[in-house]
Design a protein around this ligand. Structure first.
Ligand SMILES: Cc1ncc(COP(=O)(O)O)c(C=O)c1O
Length: 464
């Protein structure tokens, strides 16, 4: 064990004391030629293992850096990292209290806190592998609500229809596929210019389904869409849902942490009105992957929907039976993700997360101002949250496709030349540069440098 701890300690030094670009732009075929990842009959020495670890680190993008603008998380949450290591040390699993006693109590406390932030009066929940699974469970609960015997008998020829906005995450497609709803029965409802679902369009789609004899069963709202960071309006959609007895779920995988902030929680106003809620701690809260939860405003619903199937060998009816979280989960073995979330929440408190949100919203506002004050750029849509989607506007006349290609080239070249890690995205037919401002270490100087670089590459390709 000590040998491996020494390797770990040197790996941490190697990772934190490096001087290299935020990411390596190497392609998979090139990397395959450089690295030997083959396994063999015979084992190897600890030195060989350490070399492999260094290779692993050298070719991994450094998501902790303020010039990593690509994904929905950036930075490092050290109490959570510590928790991740301790979790592996104990290697507990979360199906029963017996094997994860402290992590069970921590998970229950986290669930209480999350429910309180949302305002669920009758809240329960369970930690899951990510927002995708949280959305899947939300839809599974909705199916159970609409057709309770679907658990035992299947859909029996009924056509159930789910509604999300045309900006919703692709995990919704996966959910209708897994649950036997069918991808044709997932309706992408039109969104407005700010990327929010249009309640009138939602209502019209529901009426259309009803006229066809189908069963509308699920409305999936998004709090913080992936590309734009838009927040769907909760109240009008939940009123529509109420009329038709439809389950409403909020996908807050990315945008839920605004609930920590007094100043910005209005973005998900009325979220207590819905039935279930997805929240990723491995995005803005920066807990190492994976850490997420599905929260439900109907105590007992998770167990009613997921339990059964011969788990008696595991779930004994003893004094701890109420604490066996596995009975409300679709997983058996489940990593004790609660510890790392709990440690970081304990370390900085609700106020620590609120401070982060408030700081990053200020940085976002500054970034938008810089974009708007520069004639070389234009915003593609307003930035409600921490996604800034803008593009370089060429001086020469170009088609929409050519402008898109130019903006993609800015991102690709910046990464290839060892600059900031940025990416492009398409919003309503236009390609732009998508910045995610998730790292508290980002300063106005970082933004200035980044935008200067975008302009420099843009001018270069514009003149070419
Ligand atoms: C809005 C939204 N929902 C769900 C997901 C999926 O979350 P996960 O990657 O944790 O499965 C994402 C991922 O980016 C997302 O942006």
């Amino acid at each position: 064990m000590q040998d491996h701890l020494d390797i770990l300690s040197r790996a941490v030094d190697h990772w934190t004391n490096k001087d290299r670009p935020v990411s390596s732009a190497i392609t998979a075929p090139e990397l395959e030629k450089i690295l030997n990842v083959s396994l063999s009959e015979k084992g190897c020495s600890p030195e060989e293992l350490e070399r492999a670890i260094h290779d692993y680190l050298n070719y991994s993008p450094d998501v902790s850096r303020p010039d990593f603008f690509k994904l929905l998380y950036s930075g490092v949450n050290t109490p959570a990292l510590l928790g991740d290591w301790i979790t592996s040390l104990t290697n507990a699993t979360m199906h029963t209290y017996q094997v994860g006693p402290v992590s069970t109590l921590m998970e229950l406390e986290l669930i209480r806190q999350w429910n309180q932030l949302i305002g669920f009066q009758d809240g329960e929940g369970v930690m899951v592998s990510g927002g995708s699974q949280a959305n899947l469970i939300g839809m599974m609960l909705a199916r159970h609500h609409a057709v309770p015997d679907s658990k035992t008998k299947g859909l029996q020829g009924k056509t159930l229809v789910a509604y999300v906005s045309d900006q919703a995450h692709y995990s919704n497609q996966r959910s209708v596929n897994v649950l036997g709803i069918g991808t044709d029965n997932l309706v992408a409802v039109e969104s407005d210019q700010e990327g929010r679902i249009k309640p009138s369009a939602l209502e019209a789609e529901i009426e259309k389904s009803l006229a066809q004899g189908h069963i509308p069963f699920y409305i999936g709202l998004t709090a913080g869409t992936t590309v734009l960071g838009a927040y769907d309006p909760v109240k009008p959609c939940s009123e529509i849902a109420k009329k038709h007895n439809i389950w409403v779920h909020i996908d807050g995988a990315w945008g839920a942490p605004v609930l920590f902030s007094e100043k910005h929680r209005h973005l998900i106003a009325d979220c207590h009105l819905v039935d279930s809620f997805a929240w990723d701690a491995h995005k803005l809260m920066n807990v190492p992957l994976t850490a997420a939860v599905v929260l439900v405003n109907h105590t007992g619903a998770l167990r009613a929907c997921t339990s059964g199937g011969g788990g008696e060998y595991l779930f004994h009816q003893d004094a701890n039976a109420q604490y066996n979280l596995g009975e409300r989960s679709i997983q058996c073995g489940r990593r004790a993700d609660a510890l790392k979330v709990w440690l970081s929440w304990k370390a900085i408190g609700n106020q620590g997360f609120a401070k982060k949100i408030d700081y990053l919203q200020d940085i976002k506002t500054r970034c938008v101002e810089m974009v708007q004050q520069n004639d070389s750029f234009e915003m593609l849509a307003p930035a409600a949250y921490l996604n800034v989607l803008f593009r370089y506007v060429p001086k020469t006349s170009m088609s929409e496709d050519e402008i898109g290609e130019l903006n993609k080239a800015i991102c690709k070249t910046m990464v290839a030349e060892g600059g900031a890690y940025i990416d492009y995205a398409n919003y309503k037919g236009k390609y732009g540069i998508r910045l995610i401002l998730a790292n508290e270490q980002i300063t106005p100087e970082h933004l200035e440098k980044l935008l200067n670089e975008c302009e420099r590459y843009g001018n270069q390709f514009d003149d070419a």
